[in-house]
Design a protein around this ligand. Structure first.
Ligand code: NAI
Length: 252
């Protein structure tokens, strides 16, 4: 189904040090892509996992809310491999399910800044070269929290709803110029972001599985597989779609 040649391109992935972003990084490296993985945390684990894979990995430690850092990362992949064709905006943070009254102004600003503004900053740093090449694929990591309530707290839910709006507006403005933008809306994916749910007796994690029609959590690799499909030529008519991978959660 997937042509190997198609993935042998230049890909920029945020949140590459952990969880879903790390699984996406590995999946594209296995296909032979040139991947720049940006993360504010240490990328040592991803570097180790990337060893021996078909593609080339450039780890870049930097904050997606920092323009200068983004510019350095973009320059690095451009200088090594040329224009970026695929952008995966995956980095994000949770708000520990804080209600509005429990959310400090600092927490609100941080969550909106990383999940929404960071995505916009990275996108704007890469879009011009995609427009020049008249080809580009952007996949934003939304959440079921962008489509319903209870998947996060006030700030997280607001940020993911806004990210879905941003995804649709990008489509409206740029689809005719060769840019294909979509978003993935995962449900319960077992990553370090959800470590607290599995701590102690793991009661929270069991509850989530029981409440999910599929009766289980998914692995980050399952989200990475969906990402490969959305980025493939077979998905060429997919524009502005918000694609849930949630074990049936939204069907309830
Ligand atoms: P994770 O915590 O394992 O990975 C997120 C990565 O983003 C981390 O490596 C972190 O260092 C990085 N990051 C955070 N702030 C950053 C910044 N300012 N600059 C650069 N990197 C930054 O979490 P996970 O689960 O892999 O989440 C990835 C995305 O998927 C997030 O956007 C999250 O909201 C979304 N998501 C996750 C779900 C889940 O169940 N795990 C469900 C729905 C959405």
């Amino acid at each position: 189904m997937f042509t190997k040649e198609f993935y042998q391109t230049n890909i920029f992935i945020t949140g590459s040090a952990s969880g879903i972003g790390q699984a996406q990084t590995i999946a594209f490296l296995e296909k032979g892509a040139n991947v720049l993985g940006m993360d504010c945390n240490n990328l040592e684990e991803t570097i180790n996992k990337a060893q021996g894979l078909a593609g080339n990995f450039i780890p870049f430690q930097g904050d997606i809310t920092n323009q200068k850092s983004i510019r350095e990362a973009v320059n690095k992949i451009n200088q090594n491999y040329g224009a970026i064709k695929i952008l995966l905006n995956t980095a994000g943070i949770l708000d520990n399910y804080a209600t509005s009254l429990e959310t400090s102004e600092e927490l609100w600003d941080l969550v909106i800044s990383v999940n929404l503004k960071g995505t916009y900053l990275v996108t704007n740093s890469i879009l011009p070269q995609m427009l020049e090449e008249k080809i580009g694929i952007i996949i934003n990591m939304a959440s079921i929290a962008g489509m319903t309530v209870g998947g996060g707290g006030a700030a997280y839910t607001a940020s993911k709803h806004a990210l879905i709006g941003y995804t649709k507006q990008l489509t409206y403005d740029y689809a005719k110029k060769g840019i294909r933008v979509n978003a993935i809306a995962p449900g319960a994916i077992k990553t370090p972001m959800n470590a607290a749910d599995f701590s102690g007796d793991g009661e929270m994690a069991s509850w989530v599985a029981k409440e999910t029609p599929a009766q289980r959590w998914a692995s980050p690799e399952e989200v990475a597989s969906l990402t490969l499909f959305i980025a493939s030529k077979q998905a060429d008519y997919l524009h502005g779609s918000i694609i849930p991978i949630d074990g049936g959660w939204l069907s309830k």
